[in-house]
Design a protein around this ligand. Structure first.
Ligand code: BT5
Length: 332
């Protein structure tokens, strides 16, 4: 109902629409209209009531409100159930709880801020209020548990394409789970899984995009290697438009992967990779070596040709950290 009211107000904005007209069109009483208007105002919509003329929408808040996102969405199931929060500890943790309660495939949790956002190995993820897109998407894929890392690659391709298209910046993928801009970390992706032997119950792709984060508020220890889109674009980005584009791509790549297999996604990944062809240092729990990043295989493993033996090693995400061989300035 609220979406209906908003739609009409937007069509007429900034001109007012009478409560009677809204009520008649939507089949509700004027008191009910008034109640919805109060709720919208509480969400941050600037709506003024003019005597005898009705309600005028003057400003839409810069928030990740589901009604705003849904208006721009072209998906069938991804983002069709959006749970919005002003603040959560971690969108991944919130979505895990919803998944246990039976949330549907494609359910999304998005928050304006995270107080306990995290990356791999319990590393923290800085998620300041109203400045980024901090979200998680639930999938119940037909893959095997050992193929779960495909969702990380798919998420990376999705986000990099949406950012490039919406914001016209040269974002690149660093294997396995980062997106870089000007060599600094722009996006982090954390895929988490709930599985039994041979069967995935659900996968959660948690993604943090530094959209409008100003440099001054970034903690000192992150400042030299973290970046936001606005810092490079020189202006703030419409977070809702970018998010809707991300969800659109997410669904189309997911459907391609389910229908045609993973090759098309891998091809896209290669196109935007900043890792391939680079000299890398592989730091695994049991060995450290240098080599050249040659390719990724169909399950998302990095193929590295060792400098010492010339042999190809297949590197699984999560097992290693990749460092540039030379220099320490840039993150890639
Ligand atoms: C990641 O981990 O890069 C995955 C981060 C995933 C965050 C999303 S936000 C929505 C969802 N909910 C969550 O709780 N998580 C997901 P990792 O590769 O472990 O990198 C973590 C490291 O990135 C930290 O140790 C910092 O050095 C750095 N870092 C933290 N916040 C950052 C930020 N906003 N921008 C760039 N780098 C950051």
């Amino acid at each position: 109902m609220r979406t209906g009211i908003l739609k009409i107000l937007k069509q007429h904005a900034p001109a007012p629409v009478s409560g009677e007209m809204l009520g008649k069109t939507l089949g509700i009483s004027r008191t009910a209209v008034w109640k919805h208007i109060q709720a919208l105002k509480k969400e941050g919509y600037q709506i003024t009531a003019f005597t005898k003329k009705g309600y005028a929408l003057l400003e839409v808040p810069d928030k990740m409100l589901p009604a705003e996102i849904e208006e721009k969405l072209h998906t069938k199931f991804v983002g069709r159930h959006i749970h919005y929060y002003e603040s959560v500890a971690s969108s991944n943790d919130t979505l895990k709880q919803l998944a246990l309660e039976g949330a549907e495939d494609g359910t999304v949790v998005v928050a304006e801020e995270q107080t306990g956002g995290h990356g791999r190995l319990h590393r923290g993820w800085f998620s300041p209020k109203y400045q980024g897109i901090w979200f998680s998407v639930l999938f119940k894929p037909p893959f095997l548990p050992q193929e779960a890392s495909k969702i990380t690659l798919l998420s990376a391709v999705t986000v990099v394409r949406a950012i490039r298209e919406c914001c016209h910046v040269d974002a690149k993928i660093k294997w396995p789970n980062d997106i870089l801009l000007e060599g600094k970390k722009l996006v982090g992706i954390l895929t988490e899984m709930n599985a039994e032997f041979g069967h995935i119950n659900y996968l959660i792709s948690g993604i943090g995009i530094n959209v409008n984060v100003p440099k001054e508020i970034v903690p000192e220890e992150l400042r030299s290697f973290a970046i936001s889109i606005a810092q490079v674009a020189g202006h703030n980005i419409d977070r809702v438009a970018l998010f809707a584009k991300v969800l659109d791509y997410m669904e189309s790549y997911y459907e391609i992967a389910c229908r045609e297999g993973f090759d098309p996604v891998i091809q896209e990944w290669r196109k935007y990779s900043t890792t391939l062809g680079k000299d890398v240092k592989v730091i695994a729990p049991d060995k450290t070596y240098t080599g050249k990043a040659m390719d990724i295989d169909t399950s998302g493993c990095l193929v590295v040709q060792r400098d010492d033996t010339g042999e190809l090693e297949t590197v699984l995400a999560g097992d290693v950290s990749i460092r540039p061989v030379h220099g320490k300035g840039k993150y890639e």
